[in-house]
Write a protein that binds this ligand. Structure first.
Ligand SMILES: NC(=O)c1ccc[n+]([C@@H]2O[C@H](COP(=O)([O-])OP(=O)(O)OC[C@H]3O[C@@H](n4cnc5c(N)ncnc54)[C@H](O)[C@@H]3O)[C@@H](O)[C@H]2O)c1
Length: 367
């Protein structure tokens, strides 16, 4: 960045669903940001982004290498499908940009590790779009955990369970493009949230199962309309049993299609020695006080004020604001790339275990 008073100049790579739904509208709310470059392999998408959110002289590209070659861009947001997260991010870091990359960090651990190494090598910042950490409920829970109110958290469930909500746009069903189905797509949010709340990143072993039981149905009922079974090459549900070095245990459940009524996405259940917490029916804390069990439902709205201008606690807005603040003030982003790397490693271990039928051990922990 040139000077603290100048605006942060941002380029968007991949101008599809998440760029339009989260990144661009929230960056547009920040007075110290301007979006000056837009890239999509489908030119019209980049043009539409530029027209709606760009500066009057914003440029449009179909090859991301042309965008990152500019030396007047400070920050790049990578919003392409999973296959290209790693190489676009690394190229952008090498070109001197700070990078916000969408989740999942990458298709594989090796790709994600190369991203962390590139950030270290270049001294540029890298973060991943896990916006669930910025929700009012998870932020509040993080504070009370840090205050010791749950004690030692030794059992957790990381949940990303949909009954029938298979994403039918883009390339979500394509193994080659995405590296997997619900586990890597939404399980990644739930696991990130759980590890962050537990503040425990040392995993020891993983067992996993993946299923393709409902994906081959024709004309299936689905929130986003029927899918094409021939294109559905990823799993439709996946489950993991994760044991941490200190013995803590996490069960991860993820599905796009599963015959269950117990659904919930990017949430978790935490059980500690002093209390527990879950996100069913809002954030609830449970425990034992004065010889009785209690459950507290946390009220997270603002004292009866429905809305006043300037106030926003939308997680997508807070994610963008805190990220840009970290760039301007040269501080750590909320989501550290090293944390997202562990999430990627565990997800890969679940896939490997499901394929081989064997547990996967963390070589750094179990020598
Ligand atoms: N944080 C979240 O909750 C969340 C939600 C949805 C999607 N995502 C992530 O965002 C990413 C994109 O998902 P989406 O729903 O926006 O998909 P999408 O298909 O709607 O958009 C992706 C866009 O990238 C473009 N693209 C593909 N390859 C490109 C390349 N090499 N260079 C430039 N543009 C390219 C496509 O043409 C498309 O417009 C995925 O990794 C997904 O996991 C995150």
């Amino acid at each position: 960045m040139r000077s603290k008073n100048e605006k942060v100049r941002v380029g968007i790579i991949g101008v599809g669903g998440i760029a339009n739904g989260k990144h661009m509208p929230n960056l547009a709310k920040l007075p110290n940001v301007e979006m000056v470059a837009f890239c999509d392999i489908i030119r019209e998408r980049a043009e539409q982004g530029a027209k709606k959110y760009g500066t009057p002289d914003a440029k449009v590209y179909t090859d991301y290498r042309d965008l990152i070659a500019r030396d007047d861009i400070d920050v790049v947001h990578v919003c392409t499908p999973n296959r290209s997260h790693s190489f676009i991010t690394i190229d952008a870091l090498e070109a001197g940009k700070h990078v916000m990359c969408e989740k999942p960090m990458a298709k594989t651990y090796a790709e994600a590790k190369a991203m962390v190494e590139a950030a270290k090598r270049t001294g540029k910042k890298l973060t991943i779009g896990y916006q669930s950490r910025h929700r009012a409920d998870s932020s509040y829970l993080k504070k009370i955990i840090e205050a010791g109110e749950l004690g030692e958290i030794y059992f957790a469930k990381a949940l990303a369970v949909r009954r029938r909500a298979v994403p039918t746009w883009g390339v979500f069903l394509d193994e080659e493009e995405q590296g997997g189905g619900p586990l890597i797509d939404i399980g990644t949010h739930a696991l990130d949230l759980t590890l962050w709340l537990m503040n425990n990143y040392e995993w020891e072993s993983v067992m996993g199962s993946t299923f393709k039981k409902l994906s081959q149905r024709e004309n299936a009922a689905n929130a986003w309309g029927p899918w094409d079974p021939k294109k559905f090459t990823v799993e439709d549900s996946a489950f993991g049993f994760i044991k941490m070095k200190n013995g803590a245990t996490i069960i991860l459940e993820s599905s796009w299609a599963l015959n269950t009524l117990q659904v919930g996405e990017a949430i978790c259940v935490l059980c500690g020695t002093e209390g527990g917490a879950d996100f069913f029916d809002g954030l609830r804390i449970n425990g034992e006080k004065n010889g009785q069990l209690y459950t507290t439902k946390v009220e997270l709205h603002h004292g009866g004020v429905a809305y006043y201008e300037g106030k926003s606690d939308d997680p997508g807005y807070l994610e963008a604001k805190r990220w840009i603040d970290a760039v301007v003030n040269d501080t750590d982003p909320v989501v550290l790339p090293e944390q997202a790397l562990v999430v990627t490693q565990i997800l890969e271990a679940i896939y490997t275990s499901a394929r081989t039928g064997q547990p996967v051990y963390n070589p750094a922990v179990r020598k």
